[in-house]
Design a protein around this ligand. Structure first.
Ligand SMILES: *Cc1c(COP(=O)(O)O)cnc(C)c1O
Length: 390
């Protein structure tokens, strides 16, 4: 099967589910054994089958198989949030005293988690642009066990050259983890490029309907993924509920159709935003003016559904602009059918000290737009009216 077909069929055999067309929702916490001996065999790993839903659930299993195929992995695990996926893989790959090399920008709570690692376990980290082989090599220490990357970086849309990072890491036996939330496997496939693990906040594009919080981790090696399932995932316990897995399976069926529309809408908005005189800067990976467009085009199928831009006048102008929008909702999160806009300086990045934030390129007048699936002309009309009002 090709990926657009896998989104709909992978991992689901109606014969195994009473001939049901869609994946049934197994809303159960545990499974009954036919005999005491069978229970013993299942616990011993000698016989497959259900034990307890923290260790596996048939609805969740279809989601995991589907994501494993979409990301070209050897195994996948579903979690109750993107952060549960992030924390699980980092606990798995590190021990006290290790070092993690990170891309310069990280999701805020991932940054918070690294702070916990540092104070509690002396696991240190370095933020780096990872822009050249030399820069990557200089940032590595003899304690580095993981390179953790987001690309594009939120909200500045900077791109990390994934092939370069994986090449340098492989030479030294360092594992590479990529947070692929912004792209989804439809636009970027880090395992194919050479990463060891890819993770998602499934809350965003994978689900796409703004009604679930969930996470996915896909790894290259089946045995290692099984080991993570039976250790960190089982004992830290950040598993997904069967109902949330069922909703994500429903969302995934239209991922390709939705992503195409997110992208074409984003391209239309980009053309309009470039004509708006109040905007001083625009950030979009496939924009001709993006300094890393060539790298973006090497590893992404299209530019995605997120655009950031800076309006003159700092926080005050940005807030006045937001308050004059009618169709576009002021909200964090992304990847939903509804167009959402947020102000990083006072919302997602408000915990970052202003000096650091400005150094990261997050101007006080920056806004991040998650382009939805509405008619692009209606989104543009809403933006135009808000610009006129300010
Ligand atoms: C939202 C998000 C996360 C965290 O995911 P949750 O589902 O909110 O726990 C991690 N990384 C990125 C890039 C995100 O956008």
């Amino acid at each position: 099967m090709r990926n657009d077909t896998r989104l709909i069929h992978e991992g689901m055999d109606p014969k195994q589910h009473h001939d049901s067309l869609t994946v049934p929702l197994y809303q159960t916490s545990t499974y009954t054994f036919h005999s005491a001996e069978q229970g013993q065999r299942r616990f011993a790993g000698e016989e497959s089958g259900g034990i307890y839903s923290r260790l596996g659930n048939p609805t969740v299993e279809v989601l995991e198989k589907r994501m494993m195929a979409l990301e070209n992995g050897g195994g996948a695990l579903a979690f109750g949030s993107g952060m549960a996926a992030v924390s699980t893989i980092l606990v798995h790959l590190t021990k006290a005293g290790d070092h993690i090399l990170c891309s310069k920008g990280l999701y805020g709570c991932t940054f918070g988690l690294l702070g916990i690692f540092e104070t509690k376990y002396n696991i240190t980290h370095t933020l780096s642009e990872l822009a050249s082989r030399q820069e990557i090599e200089e940032a590595l220490t003899d304690k580095t066990t993981v390179i953790y990357v987001e690309s594009p970086i939120n909200p500045t849309m900077e791109i990390v050259d994934l092939a370069l990072v994986c090449e340098v890491a492989k030479e030294r036996g360092i594992r590479v983890v990529v947070d692929n939330t912004f792209c989804s496997p439809y636009l970027q496939q880090p395992l194919v490029i050479g990463a060891d693990f890819v993770l998602h906040s499934a809350t965003k594009y994978l689900n796409g309907h703004g009604d679930v919080i969930a996470g996915i981790l896909v790894g290259r090696d089946a045995d290692e993924m099984h080991q993570i399932r039976m250790t960190v995932q089982k004992d830290y316990g950040g598993i997904i509920s069967p109902f949330d897995a069922w909703l994500i399976l429903r969302g995934l069926k239209t991922l390709h159709v939705r992503m195409d529309r997110h992208v074409t809408n984003a391209e239309k908005l980009l053309s309009y935003l470039k004509t708006e005189p109040a905007i001083s800067k625009i950030f979009y990976p496939f924009d001709e003016d993006h300094p890393q467009m060539a790298i973006a085009k090497k590893q992404m199928k299209a530019g995605g559904g997120l655009i950031s831009f800076v309006i003159e006048g700092g926080t005050e102008a940005a807030q006045r602009f937001l308050n004059n929008l009618r169709l576009i909702h002021v909200a964090v999160s992304l990847g939903d059918a509804e167009t959402l806009i947020q102000h990083p300086a006072t919302m997602t990045h408000s915990v970052v000290p202003e000096e650091d934030r400005l150094a990261m390129g997050i101007d006080n007048g920056m806004l991040r737009l998650s382009v939805g699936l509405e008619d692009a002309e209606d989104i543009i009309d809403d933006l135009k009216k808000a610009f006129q009002a300010i």
